[in-house]
Design a protein around this ligand. Structure first.
Ligand SMILES: Nc1ncnc2c1ncn2[C@@H]1O[C@H](COP(=O)(O)OP(=O)(O)OP(=O)(O)O)[C@@H](O)[C@H]1O
Length: 623
């Protein structure tokens, strides 16, 4: 077995890490009989391989995909590998020295886990599935009525009000919704409600707002500020709502050089209410650590879009939790929510015959206030989301805010790039201001740069990040918008960069975007607007790892939005091209989306729904 795994590792079919882990397991299972040892070694390599692919475990029910085209075992046959008969695997794994409690691997419900990940899954399911308080409360009903005053058709269910009612009565709740469905607005009203309840009892609440990345935290800060400005809340309530969001890592307290946080189950966080935005980006391990550090008395509200790309690291926690939306509320919960909101949820919504704790703690917002019936972006996002590729073609002609181009329509792309990036480059040529006005000038430049973005699916290749960045630089240089001469080295004025590594000391995080500008003395510095809302500058030599960012991957664009988004899909199919990737890219566009893609690739990607192996749904269903 090790010889086969070594062959796969040398052919780059599995990672060195997968092979070395299998080697270790092979040594540790020497006491097992030969068949069991071979199977344990095989399972170790592929449990590790699957983690690298984002799966929490190696699901034996889906072993065939390893042998399929593009899989690491393509060209091999399961029956011909030196493994015991398939039907005997559970017995072998149960008997192995390396499988079980206190051992490196676990086997449960047909899934092989690295033990740590099984523990994460158990911790997350135990901590998430806290029953809602389903008693009725006339005070809560009237507070909700005041905050969500009905306008228009009051028979139509106002899901924002239902979401607030769910979150007000659940220790742990999830509000999912597509772009512009009012997640921030709803949570701001909910916080106002919780603050009013606490103030009536002469208590104060320690509320924290967090997001997985610095960029997403900065956006949450801005959108909470926007929601506060548009809602007419009393001064006393407004004052008690935090306006500054931070990253989850900062909240938990990163210890430099160590893979643990300052806050954990023995050193709990001090807070009463925690709001986590962009929860789809939170992987299983981070979710487990966050939940472990959360005091039992605290209220947790997870906000996110279940249809977006899952986290970069293993797991699809938000997607797994939100699969319970389909189930509907339990009878008791539907009745309570009807009493609290005035909407007939019992008859107008699915009610589950088999109640489940998680289903009672979720609300899916349904209506987008950003994308109305005239929005092609909204229609396109919905068609992609339900995998209806055949609904897409008529949309291109019908709506002005979406357009489709072939990949070789380079002149059109060039014109968009010059118009999109020309604005901030013109702006930075204007006579620079000084002092505080200089900061304002920088802010305008960064804002202008962030209005337009090129998104790609892949890192490599001519339609990947590197190839496109080079192409854009050449186009901008041809028009003298940037100066790419040798003396500048990589740092020409106007070069935009994205940080790709956290540097806690510098306060720069993966995903932060800055632009190279001349400071007041004419020296080159890279300017960033960071999560604290202030403009910071750095010497080029002091930046952590970074890349030019005229083009970025859809993965990196999560948590950001751009007025005009140009997305490119490559000429050949690739496993990263999925429905979630296309949906995430489309929904980064606020006002206009231009898609450069071969139609057959778009169609195939839309039909390719990501399935991440995990046992979380089954664990939650059992609660
Ligand atoms: N019930 C409502 N009636 C009218 N406008 C609303 C309503 N709810 C939200 N909006 C408006 O819709 C826009 C989007 O709302 P909000 O920012 O709360 O949504 P979101 O789901 O957090 O969006 P994002 O996709 O940016 O995360 C805002 O301009 C907000 O004022």
């Amino acid at each position: 077995m090790l010889a086969l795994l070594n062959e796969l590792h040398r052919a780059n079919k599995i990672r060195p890490l997968d092979y070395y882990f299998a080697q270790l397991i092979n040594e540790l299972s020497q006491q097992d009989d030969d068949d069991t040892q071979a199977l344990a070694t095989f399972c170790a390599a592929f449990a590790s391989y699957e983690l690298g692919q984002g799966h929490v475990c190696f699901d034996l029910a889906h072993i065939d995909k390893l042998f399929a085209s593009g899989g690491p075992l393509q060209g091999y046959e399961l029956d011909k590998l030196a493994l015991p008969p398939r039907a005997s695997w559970p017995q072998h794994l149960a008997a192995s020295q390396v499988v079980g409690d206190g051992r490196p691997m676990q086997f449960e419900l047909g899934r092989v886990y690295l033990s740590r990940y099984q523990q994460f899954e158990q911790q997350v399911s135990q901590r998430l599935a806290v029953p809602a308080n389903i008693s009725n409360s006339a005070t809560l009903a009237s507070a909700l009525a005041e905050l969500f005053a009905e306008r228009g058709n009051s028979n139509e269910i106002n899901w924002q009000k239902v979401a607030a009612a769910v979150a007000a009565t659940s220790p742990i709740s999830v509000i999912s919704g597509g772009p512009g469905t009012g997640k921030t607005t709803t949570v701001t009203k909910l916080l106002a409600l919780l603050i009013m309840q606490a103030q009536q009892q002469e208590q104060s609440l320690d509320i924290r707002l967090v997001a997985p990345t610095g960029k997403a935290a900065a956006r949450l800060t801005a959108s909470i500020g926007g929601a506060l400005a548009s809602l007419k809340l009393s001064e006393q309530v407004t004052q008690a709502i935090p306006v500054q969001a931070s990253t989850i890592h900062r909240l938990l307290g990163v210890i430099p050089g160590r893979n643990e946080f300052r806050h954990h189950q023995e050193n709990l966080l001090h807070l009463d209410v925690l709001v986590v935005d962009e929860a789809s980006m939170v992987d299983l391990s981070l979710m487990a650590r966050l939940l472990a550090a959360l005091p039992a008395s605290a209220k947790l509200i997870l906000l996110g879009d279940k249809d977006q790309l899952a986290s970069v690291e293993a797991g699809s926690v938000l997607g797994d939790i939100c699969s319970f939306v389909e189930q509907g509320y339990s009878q008791g919960r539907a009745k309570q929510l009807a009493q609290l909101t005035g909407f007939d949820l019992v008859h107008h919504h699915k009610v589950s015959a088999a109640p489940c704790v998680m289903a009672d703690n979720i609300c899916q917002l349904q209506k987008s206030y950003r994308f109305n019936e005239n929005s092609g972006i909204g229609f396109l996002a919905r068609a992609v989301n339900v995998g209806r590729a055949e609904q897409i073609p008529p949309l291109w002609d019908k709506f002005a805010d979406i357009e489709l181009f072939a990949l070789d329509q380079q002149e059109q792309l060039k014109a968009m790039v010059l118009a999109g990036y020309g604005c901030y480059l013109e702006l930075l040529k204007q006579t620079s201001a000084t002092g505080a006005r200089f900061d304002e000038h920088v802010r305008q430049i960064l804002e202008s740069f962030n209005r337009f973005k090129l998104l790609v699916a892949l890192r490599e290749g001519s339609y990947g990040v590197a190839g496109l960045n080079e192409q854009v630089e050449n186009w901008l240089s041809e028009k003298n918008l940037i100066s790419l001469n040798q003396d500048n080295g990589p740092w020409y004025i106007g070069r935009p960069v994205m940080i790709s590594q956290n540097d806690h000391q510098a306060g720069l995080f993966n995903g932060d975007i800055g632009v190279c500008l001349a400071n007041e003395s004419g020296d080159k510095r890279i300017y960033f607007e960071l999560a604290d809302g202030k403009v910071h500058h750095f010497l080029p030599s002091r930046l952590p790892t970074h890349q030019t960012v005229f083009a970025m991957t859809v993965h990196k664009s999560q948590g950001s939005e751009f007025d005009h988004t140009v997305m490119m899909l490559p000429e050949a199919m690739n496993p990263v091209l999925t429905r979630e990737l296309v949906y995430t890219g489309i929904t980064r566009a606020k006002k206009k989306l231009s898609l450069f893609a071969p139609v057959h690739i778009l169609n195939q990607a839309v039909r390719q729904k990501t399935q991440r192996a995990s046992g979380l749904i089954e664990r939650l269903a059992a609660k």
